[in-house]
Write a protein that binds this ligand. Structure first.
Ligand code: ATP
Ligand code: BTN
Length: 324
């Protein structure tokens, strides 16, 4: 997107943010562009997943109020001792990819947030649906001197940090699904994608990505499983900037603790939040499926499955858990 288009779109959004109808003509006059250009900018927003009503004779109106990310407002909620930079971006492919592409050495805690992602991703190359201003798309950099060997269970510690942040913002009843999902009312609220680079036997760099649904457009069809957002869990709706700042704090705190003490300080909390505790589940491991009763996690963060052969620990990024 060119700088001038970005500027026009930013101004257009700030006018539409009042949630009232604005005619194409008035918008054009205010922004010094034609009605046709306004219509094109609106089409771009729609393609990014922003829900905009277009009514003949009335003009354009946002389907729901817009709460844009604002660095100053986010900063009010995270600690002044935060060790690194926070970047707030507009539209980007993937916040995880953005941090991975940065060639300069990043400080631990360097974070980026975006309003929308055009190539948001989940585990196994799956798509993360990322409409404009509808969720939090956040990635944080952290280097681990101990390398890959010390990262076991990191996604579980991050899950606990996300639940802590949500609880602090007044959202209750949130649970965790092994190894990387945040659930509420049995539906997916958020996901964690950790991507790691480094040589075996030396330090490694991790990008910790979090996608957390705030107010997704109701007509989304691309998510192939039951989902939920915070608009269904918090009244009044949580402020995205408050949530972002709180999340940055909790992630930084938890990563610092994980680096010094590993998974141990998170285990009891994770077990208490386990969405499938003592329930029948199947583990999908590549082409193979194992069915049993979920018995939580062991000290390394592996999932424990009880079958007729007894309780066995399963670890590794290739496993998916499903209810039966
Ligand atoms: P598992 O992690 O157990 O393998 P999963 O189906 O949740 O299972 P992930 O790769 O973790 O798979 O997450 C990606 C999936 O999440 C997508 O295939 C889609 O079903 C779902 N998804 C995509 N975008 C969203 C979103 N915004 N909110 C909720 N769920 C989403
Ligand atoms: C999953 O459930 O598989 C994980 C989804 C992680 C989505 C987040 S959104 C911010 C960051 N950037 C990405 O491209 N993915 C993660």
């Amino acid at each position: 997107m060119s700088k001038s288009s970005e500027l026009v779109r930013g101004n257009l959004l700030s006018i539409l943010a009042d949630n009232k109808f604005h005619s194409g003509e008035t918008l054009g006059k205010t922004l010094g562009i034609s009605r046709a250009s306004i219509s094109n900018h609106i089409k771009v927003f729609s393609s990014l997943g922003l829900d905009i009503y277009s009514v003949t004779g009335k003009g354009y109106r946002l389907a729901q109020p817009l709460m844009l990310l604002n660095l100053d407002k986010i900063k009010e909620h995270f600690l002044s001792t935060h060790p690194a930079e926070i970047e707030v971006l507009n539209v980007i492919g993937s916040t995880n990819q953005y941090l991975k592409d940065k060639s300069i050495e990043l400080k631990n805690g360097h974070t980026c947030l975006a309003e929308a992602q055009t190539a948001g991703r989940g585990r196994h190359g799956r798509k993360w649906v990322s409409p404009y201003a509808a969720s939090l798309y956040l990635s944080m950099h952290w280097s681990f001197a101990g390398g890959y060997a010390v990262l076991g269970g990191l996604s579980l510690a991050i899950g606990v940090a996300i639940v802590d942040a949500l609880n602090q913002c007044g959202v209750k009843g949130v649970q965790l699904k092994w190894p990387n999902d945040i659930y509420a009312q049995g539906k997916k609220l958020a996901g964690v994608l950790i991507e790691v680079e480094g040589q075996m036997g030396s330090g490694c760099q991790a990008v910790i990505g979090v996608g957390l649904n705030v107010t997704l457009p109701k007509n989304i069809e691309e998510i192939g499983q039951p989902w939920i957002d915070l608009s269904q869990l918090s009244d009044p709706l949580i402020n995205r900037n408050t949530l972002a700042g709180t999340l940055v704090n909790e992630l930084t705190k938890s990563l610092t603790l994980f680096e010094s003490s590993g998974l141990e300080p998170f285990i009891a909390k994770w077990r208490a939040l386990d969405v499938y505790a003592n329930q029948g589940v199947k583990l999908i491991i590549g082409q193979q499926t194992v069915t049993g009763v979920s018995r939580g996690i062991d000290a390394n963060g592996a999932i424990l499955l009880e079958t007729e052969q007894g309780v066995k620990a399963y670890h590794g990024g290739e496993i998916s858990v499903r209810p039966i």
